[in-house]
Design a protein around this ligand. Sequence first.
Ligand code: SF4
Length: 309
Amino acid sequence: MEARLPFYGYSEYLQKKYGTKVYRIAVDGGFSCPNRCAGRQEGGCIYCNEQGSRASYLDKAKAIEEQIRRGIAFTRRRYKAELFLLYFQAFSNTFDKVENLKKTYDAALALYPFRELIVATRPDCIDSSKAELLSSYIKPDFDVWVELGLQSANDRTLERIHRGHTAAQYKAAFDLLHSRGIKIATHLILGLPGESLEDMLASVDFINALHPEAVKLHDLNITYNTELYNEYLKGEVTAPSRELYIEYLIKVIEHLRPDIILMRLTCDTYEADRAAPRKYMAKGNIYALLQKEMEKRHTWQGRLCPATS
Ligand code: SF4
């Protein structure tokens, strides 16, 4: 019998659900972000560069059809995969009129029998008509997920990093989506400027109370050409080292409800774009290191979660 991991990983969830390997096909739908637009915080979140959370392998120049065709061909060739999830990843993928969103989602979904629709966005890009549209795609065998950026539940930090929303606004968008059956993955960054471990654990309490289906965690990355980079050059901020990030991760996971899926533990910053941390770990390695460390300490996800103890 296979030994259980000390945390609830995304591959475990997908394997249980589909009985085989399933892969995301990430696309850039050509959306922008309200937080980067004129009239809002200058330049958006202080850690945002022009990639806007776009994975390094995405090519904005290509039409969605081409991105999907290439993504599927590549993933099939490399992993012999057959099941795919459609993932709108870059910027804020509900930042448009509902009729335009519908056209984009419909066109992409028509290209392949995807098993899920996943849309990354911000709380201020959700309203009831957008929640309605997203929920209209749900079927008994087809889930819709929204990856909703929170990053911290501390309003002071949200202001410090120019997120352009509060924790209360996050909760309102979350409740709207959840009440329509949309599954949610909450994004949280560990090591944000001015945050202590206690602040991060307070964000975990906030998340536990909301109870999303999944979380995505990553360490603070400082990329060139950002406001954060300017602060870094002046010695005002730094990014957690690999060792410190593992410590943060263990504490956060120990406090997180055991039924919340860990959808991701790293981010896809281009190495050439990243000023810090320089010493970095590939996705697979971080899972392996985390598992080893947690087993060594005889700890597991939810061990210190007040909601379940
Ligand atoms: S929400 Fe995302 S795309 Fe928008 S400014 Fe922040 S990091 Fe950039």
